[in-house]
Design a protein around this ligand. Sequence first.
Ligand SMILES: [Zn+2]
Ligand SMILES: [Zn+2]
Length: 436
Amino acid sequence: MVLKDKKTKITFHHGMRTIGGTYIEVTYENSRIIFDFGSQHDVLETSNNVSLESILERDLAPYIDNIFDKNIDLSAFKNKESFDKKGHMYDNTAVFVSHIHLDHTKMINFLDKSIPLYMSEKTKELLKNVNIDGEFLYPNSYIDAHTRDIIGVKENDIIEVGKIKVQVVPVDHDAYGASGFIIETPDLKISYTGDIRYHGYRKDDTLSFCEKSKNADVLIIEGVSVSFQEFDEVVAEGEIVNERMVIDSIKKVVFDNPSRQITFNYYTTNIERLLNIIDSNPRKVVLDAFHAFILFKSTGVKSYFYSLDGKDYGLEEKYKIDFNKLLKDKSEFFWQLNTEAINYLDKMDSNGIYIHSNAAPLGEYDPNYLPFKINIENKGIEFLTMACSGHAHPLDLIDIIDRIKPKLLVPIHSFRPEKLFNNYGDVLLPESKQTI
Ligand SMILES: [Zn+2]
Ligand SMILES: [Zn+2]
């Protein structure tokens, strides 16, 4: 195996045969880096206000020595064996986060404040704003901000952690600011895709990530799509398979229904899709104030907004649309239906259309999804889904592997990682906590 006789060690702590809570540690002598720092999603968890102990007990994230906030007593989790072997302090530890999705970020407030946390500048800015009310990430009562300190990294910049170098390289994914990492130690080159795809707005970034990763010793690749799809699966005629088609389908609904109320929801951090919805829409796109604030902070784009909760996000009044005007409208606006706004719709407004575009609740596996859908349909509104995956299609994953030609392929972040293959070397399916 490629890591034989190397000083670099890689430990796969968590998130190998599941989608969420990826934790991988790379060490070289007295330096170590860890990526990412999110948690697996527990559909039964109704509030973010839970203790770190409860998260670790449910194995939503792994216990790792000397990385969590020292104010929290985790002695119960210290596994004697791991403590004896690896419990020594590293001179340099740093944590890197590939993108904003909660399965990659949700735990960052529990990271000890002495440990630096790096992510792309775009992800940093977006995360700070999305968590402005402290409702996105897990809160930690020992820090006095909603979001702990983060160091933003410019696209393609290299951070040095002792003798480990990490390049933060942008990739295409349905999260603004998503990056992969190219990690070099004196004796090994490792490429980590984060979550990646070709079929969005930044395919060229994914291609250039592949180019930079070429001939990596180890390629750690996400395999979300092969969890559910086969390589030879035929795409049904008209099925939406890329971001372009999402935008075109939405546009068509708007053109075909000039006198129906049309509302929508998208996933908050998919800023690039939102920009394209706004650009391509013949109607005025109106967001709730919170989402208009996030869009403005991330891109400088000012959008129309409405406010039901009266919270002041510092938006310009001239972009404000009276909510009652939206309720009565049939042709001028294309507006975001937030959870509170749903309550104002009644059968009087029937014959409307609602477009669900990868918004929360995401899908039928979420117990909130069906009640949400039925509630909207019960108001006489047609419920349409126009969405596409943030993850590379199965054959695109193989294309990424073919471009990089790694000596060792490590597929993770998948229910069926064994589906991925490597024509250029070995494949490793690591067990949880395995070190190579
Ligand atoms: Zn993601
Ligand atoms: Zn993910």
